[in-house]
Design a protein around this ligand. Sequence first.
Ligand code: GAL
Length: 375
Amino acid sequence: MKTVLLIVASLFLSCALPAQKQTTFRPATEWPDTEGKHINAHGGGILKKGKVYYWYGENRPDAGGSMNTGISVYTSRDLMNWENRGIALAVSSDTLSPIQPGCIMERPKVVYNKKTGKYVMLFHLELKGQGYAAAQVGFAVADKPEGPFRFLRGLRPNAGQWPVDFSQKDIDEALALDPAKYANWWTPEWRDAVKKGLFLARDQKGGQMSRDMTVYVDDDGTAYHLFSSEENLTLHLAELTEDYLDYTGKYIRIAPGGQNEAPALFKRNGKYWLITSGCTGWAPNEARMFVADSLWGEWKQLPTPFVGENAKKTFNGQSTFVLPYKNKGFIFMGDIWKPKSLSTSQYLWLPIQFQEDGTPTIPYREEWTLKDLMK
Ligand code: GAL
């Protein structure tokens, strides 16, 4: 009887004890939600609605790389204490669905469409049993920020379209590239062909490959999908239609052949800044940065914004999003992947500092608060 009472009492206590309140950001540690469980929202992004922040991310299983739940959503008012609101977009039990368990859903980003009053989610979608071959983007929509999101479709963007800065001569040149001649990757000739549009031309019919991605809404309400395309060798920035559910067909390539992944885009004082990673899978590498006066370019490449010890490995992390905080500054959000158990992957959130000329710099901090942000 005593033992039973003890068990009941301890069960009660463990349920009733509130999880400890987070008062600082501590990168590269466990980040407990309001129930004390490590947050499971990887490769994520944030939407603010009223005073509430919504954090969407990959809900990863303890083992394996494919999905059996879907996309998580957590809410917070202070960006440190997050309540688990469950699965915003769930995998489907329909065995014909592109989002059935066993598919891969990565890097979800949600934006609010003022014209339609809908919440639109774009994410990287890979089909069950096909590894990373499908290279699609998934579209889902919801009436409320916490979901449930309804899956609309998966596709490869911009079938039949050429980048807006491609002249007829560029198109003819790209179409003349014979893929059989470039079966050997990484040779100088192959690199040159990639830049000229070897894969762009190959994928004209079926649409362009779309893997790591983000969505950016500019001040005028126009949304853009920015994604790793052309075998992860070249980024595409593509304009979305007014309802954010399709493409206008207008797009540019950024850094052709530059192998950029994990794009995170933000605007400060009229300049667009883009932070990316190289392509080494789950393993960290040195981040890159780009700047432009217009989203349509020209994009100029700069060195990594990360400084200090281990900056060459981006403090073991990889970019996923940059969050503007009120008008007080910008938070870099990244993932520290643990491929053996992706659910335990940690987060690398850091305040972005700005040099006098506006260039972002990101030093490491073991612990910080929103007061450390810089305008
Ligand atoms: C990374 C990418 C991740 C995931 C991973 C799979 O390069 O950024 O989102 O796709 O590869 O190996």
